[in-house]
Design a protein around this ligand. Structure first.
Ligand code: GUN
Length: 287
């Protein structure tokens, strides 16, 4: 069994991004800029946003967090997004999800300029991904593909089972795998007899937030396991969706959680923001 070490790879990617950021600053005076919208006091969301901001600092990006109260109106957030769309110092816009119930999330995501949509949640970029065209791809599944590439794991022709069908993880994960010529099954909360599907899988990608959902009797020998789940146990420990100790004994490769996919998500946010900044720099040169 070999660990898929996301912490190690994310550090390597951060070094590359730091170098490229320096070069971009030298060549055109452009500093990649990320704007984050955070609503309310959810501790998990605040922690994620804090990690994203620190990562921006490490690689030399400019970042700004719009910290808003839980009872903010739809109009007030829309105004901020419109301003960020027009602000030339901002290359990427990220709205931390989930948002409070009074907010129309879809409408906000559709308001973000697709060229600044570093989360890849705008329907324009979702459509580009599904049709296998270049665009912004959601950070978590993009990070998974980078991790597989680093360890020379080719998905072409393999039976890949994705457990979870969210817009943020499961659906884009399935699209990326399909684009890479895997055979893809998507399972979700209503799937009957999950084990019937996972037992057949060469690779399992699971991200539903259910502790110990994947047990050793559900996987075949030499399976590749990518654990995208994050939950906190009663004792306060962060864990994934896979019964790690037992399942790792049957796996050829497995991500730890934490330390697998999580750091890759942040590395891909930096990568997407740099991509947006480069495109903007190119546009400035042409004008
Ligand atoms: N909430 C949980 N995951 C994510 C993510 O990748 N991006 C954003 N914006 N919000 C999230």
């Amino acid at each position: 069994m070999q660990l898929l070490d996301g912490r190690k790879l994310s550090k390597k990617i951060e070094l590359q991004i730091t170098e490229e950021t320096k070069k971009l600053k030298e060549s055109c005076g452009c500093t990649p800029g990320l704007a984050v919208v955070l609503v309310g006091q959810d501790p998990a969301s605040a922690a994620y946003v804090g990690m994203k901001k620190k990562a921006c600092d490490r690689v030399g990006f400019y970042s700004i967090t719009h910290d808003m109260p839980q009872d903010i109106s739809q109009e007030a957030i829309e105004q901020i997004i419109i301003r960020m769309n027009e602000d030339p110092s901002i290359d990427g816009i990220l709205i931390q999800l989930p948002l409070p119930a009074q907010i129309d999330t879809t409408k906000l995501l559709e308001l973000v300029d697709p060229k600044k949509d570093v989360d890849g949640f705008h329907p324009f970029n979702v459509g580009r991904l599904v049709t296998n065209l270049d665009g912004f791809v959601p950070c978590t599944p993009l990070g998974v593909m980078e991790l597989l590439k680093e360890y020379d794991i080719d998905v072409k022709g393999k039976n890949c089972v994705v457990v979870g069908a969210s817009n943020i993880v499961g659906k884009p994960m399935a699209s990326l795998l399909l684009n890479a010529e895997a055979t893809v099954e998507i399972c979700h909360i209503h799937t009957d007899d999950l084990k019937r599907h996972t037992l057949n899988a060469d690779m399992i990608f699971v991200g539903v937030g259910v502790i110990n959902l994947i047990t050793p009797d559900m996987v075949k020998d030499d399976v590749v396991i990518v654990d995208i789940g994050v939950s906190r146990t009663k004792e306060g420990k962060l864990v994934g969706d896979v019964e790690f100790e037992a399942v790792s004994k049957k796996s050829s490769y497995i991500t730890p959680s934490p330390g697998g996919v999580g750091p890759m998500t942040i590395a891909m946010l930096l990568s997407n923001t740099l991509k947006a900044a480069k495109a903007n720099a190119q546009k400035k040169k042409q004008n």
